[in-house]
Structure formats: structure tokens, C-alpha cells
Design a protein around this ligand. Structure first.
Ligand SMILES: [Ca+2]
Length: 140
């Protein structure tokens, strides 16, 4: 009888552990690249924080990445061109498919990144706007 109670307690403890796992921080991809040494959201036109003709950087929200020219991107701007990204700020960013913070988005917490947006998100070469929260909390 005593053994049976212990077994029941063990199962209950395992069940409790599941929500804690779900609530833990998202897996971080990569580490801060040397090219992102300021408090910016840094984005790259290739995976693994590689770029041609420069790193894209913003420090806050931007409703249309198309305002930033980038010659080697498909349409000559950062619109729909991001393939990897690092967040060196203290605020969470929402990376949106649409301009003006529309359509779907992925969260990107402070000190985290996506090294390969095609493998890790649905937004490779699709991010058109970025919205910063007021803190590192991504619920906004
Ligand atoms: Ca887009």
C-alpha cells in the first residue's frame, strides 16, 4: 500500500513538470555575432548572420523595412529580405510578415536570434515590419 502511494505521487509530480517545461524560455538560436555590437535589432540577408553590403539595424519599431535600401536584396530594400536576425536590445520584437505590423509574426526575445529563418520560422525573406515592446516581455 505504501509503495502504491509513492508511485502515485511520482506520476503526479511528472504531470506537474510538463507545464513548467512549456513555460520555459524559447530555445535560443546562436550567440550574438560580432557585427551586432550595439543595442540594435540586427538583420542579415543570409543565414548564420552573414551579409552582403552591410548589416541592417534598427533600435525600435519600424512599420516598413522597405524604407531601408539594401542593394543586394531582391527589391533593393530590406523588405522581405531578412534570413537571420539577432536582438541585442532589452526589448522583445515582433517580426511581422506584413507592413504596419500586420499578418503573422514571430517573437524575438532580448539576446536571442534566428540563425536560419527558413528552418526556424515561417518568415524567411518575408519580414516587412518589426515592432518593439516596451520591455523584454513578448506579450504585447
Ligand atoms: Ca512580407
Amino acid at each position: 500500500m505504501h509503495r502504491q502511494i509513492l508511485a502515485t505521487v511520482a506520476v503526479f509530480a511528472t504531470a506537474l513538470a510538463v507545464p513548467l517545461t512549456v513555460g520555459s524560455p524559447a530555445q535560443a538560436y546562436g550567440t550574438r555575432p560580432a557585427s551586432c555590437n550595439t543595442a540594435s535589432l540586427c538583420f542579415y540577408n543570409f543565414i548564420q548572420f552573414r551579409e552582403s553590403d552591410g548589416v541592417g539595424k534598427v533600435t525600435g519599431s519600424n512599420p516598413h523595412l522597405g524604407v531601408f535600401s539594401h542593394a543586394t536584396c531582391k527589391d533593393g530594400t530590406w523588405n522581405n529580405c531578412m534570413s537571420s536576425v539577432w536582438n541585442a536590445t532589452s526589448r522583445c520584437f515582433h517580426l511581422h510578415n506584413g507592413t504596419d505590423y500586420t499578418l503573422g509574426y514571430h517573437n524575438l526575445a532580448p539576446n536571442d536570434g534566428y540563425t536560419d529563418m527558413g528552418a526556424q520560422t515561417s518568415l524567411n525573406n518575408r519580414v516587412s515590419s518589426v515592432r518593439a515592446g516596451s520591455t523584454g516581455n513578448c506579450n504585447f
